[in-house]
Design a protein around this ligand. Structure first.
Ligand code: PLP
Ligand code: TYF
Length: 393
């Protein structure tokens, strides 16, 4: 049996992590995997998370099973974080999932149960794991135009034209904020236009919100999702707590399915069913940390302040890098780096240039020229700018 197995394609981002580790150079720079790093290159546990864990250690009296959907207090706290005051709670069904990836996977399974004929429209490009999950589940998908490599922005006309050819019932996957891998995002006006197209063509949006708080702030980053919650009859949202709470390995995520209030009970039952089929009860420790923080004003304020420091640090690095490149190249070709939001920017240079930066300068970015801004600090920004200027000018 096992001899029948074929090798699976490796995850390029995780492979890059391994080759970085093996590189003996002292001055190597890791701009690969999407994990937040402080200026010293560490990914520390946020202080509010540590305090919440201390509290839980003292106060938890059982590790017995929760509910198939996870702790209801987690769903409520996350619903408020993601949707704010928007949207009637009676339209929202939710399950805790192992990370945002679990939320996406469960969302895809739900779509296949509800409408097996649906095609999923994904941005070109999108996070590679979206594509591998769609392939693994045999879910039909097509790309819509999204990133314009010449401007570093969104090809919005292309996106609109492509979505206008989707058929009724198709699902459109949108990154809620901080687009991975490009860093280019829709404006509020563009979200409204997308909302109109979804309504006109009777399409169902699915939002992947993996970086709330990393772009323009907690509320601003949820703006697109909230516009859809206000305007669309149906909406799926997968949210991850991995980045904004820095609890990557705890696997804390949530899938929301919003529809007609008369369907909520059945939708909730189907979500519970999906958790049961795939892994039974979802992880609880990460969600409990999140709920403890969100429901305690002091811990919440501490968490928000720390998140804000991370966010503003990344913005400062963006501006610094764009300035350094403008000075060296004497043009504004890379100014889009300062306009991008989140951890990532795609430079839009060829793979051989990415390879040359790795070989000649020990700079590790993903082959599609995506760099993790949080991998930089004030010392390494000029080093990267020099390498880009030498290699890509
Ligand atoms: N979606 C996107 C776009 C991501 O970049 C990530 C990052 O890891 C995830 C989902 C899922 O994150 P996790 O499953 O670690 O919560
Ligand atoms: O895109 C990234 O770098 C993050 C982290 O299989 C990640 O989303 C990368 C690869 C992977 C899982 C998570």
């Amino acid at each position: 049996m096992l001899g029948n197995l074929k090798d699976q394609p490796a995850d390029k981002i995780l492979m890059l992590m391994a080759s970085y580790r093996e590189d003996p150079r002292d001055d190597k720079i890791d701009l690969g995997v999407g994990v937040y790093k402080d200026p010293d290159g560490n990914t520390p546990i946020m202080s509010a998370v540590k305090k919440a864990e201390e509290r839980l250690l003292k106060s938890e009296t059982t590790k017995s099973y929760t509910a198939l959907s996870g702790d209801p207090a987690y769903a409520q706290a996350m619903r408020e974080l993601v949707f704010g005051e928007t949207g009637a709670a009676d339209r929202v069904a939710a399950i805790a999932t192992p990370g945002g990836t679990g939320a996406f996977r469960q969302g895809v399974d739900l779509i296949r149960m509800a409408n097996p004929g649906a095609t999923i429209w994904v941005s070109a490009p999108t996070w590679p794991n979206h594509l591998s999950i769609l392939k693994t589940t045999g879910t039909p998908f097509v790309e819509y135009r999204y990133f314009d490599a010449t401007t570093g922005g969104v090809d919005f006309d292309g996106m609109v034209a492509d979505l206008n050819s989707a058929k009724e019932g198709d699902v459109v996957l949108l990154h809620g904020c901080c687009h991975n891998p490009t860093g280019a995002n829709l404006t509020a006006d563009q979200w409204h236009r997308v909302a109109e197209i979804l309504l006109e063509r009777k399409l169902v949006p699915m939002v992947d919100l993996a970086y709330q708080g990393f772009g323009d702030g907690l509320d601003d980053d949820a703006q697109g999702t909230r516009i859809l919650a206000e305007t669309q009859p149906e909406l799926l949202v997968g949210a991850s707590c991995s980045k904004n709470f820095g609890i990557y390995r705890e696997r804390a995520g949530i899938l929301f399915a919003i529809g007609d209030a008369s369907d909520t009970k059945t939708v909730q039952g189907n979500l519970n069913h999906l958790n049961r089929q795939n892994y039974s009860f979802p992880p609880d420790h990460g969600p409990r940390i999140v709920t403890t923080i969100l429901n305690d004003p002091q811990l919440r304020a501490e968490w928000q302040a720390e998140l804000e420091e991370m966010r503003s640090g990344m913005l400062a690095l963006r501006k610094h890098l764009a300035d350094e490149l403008r000075q060296r190249l004497n043009d504004d070709r890379f100014d889009f780096i300062a306009r991008h939001r989140g951890m990532f920017s795609r430079l839009g240079v060829d793979a051989d240039k990415v390879e040359a930066m790795r070989r000649d300068h020990g700079i590790y970015m993903v082959g599609d020229s995506r760099l993790n801004i949080a991998g930089l600090n004030a010392r390494t920004v000029p080093i990267l700018a020099e390498a880009i200027a030498k290699t890509c000018a």
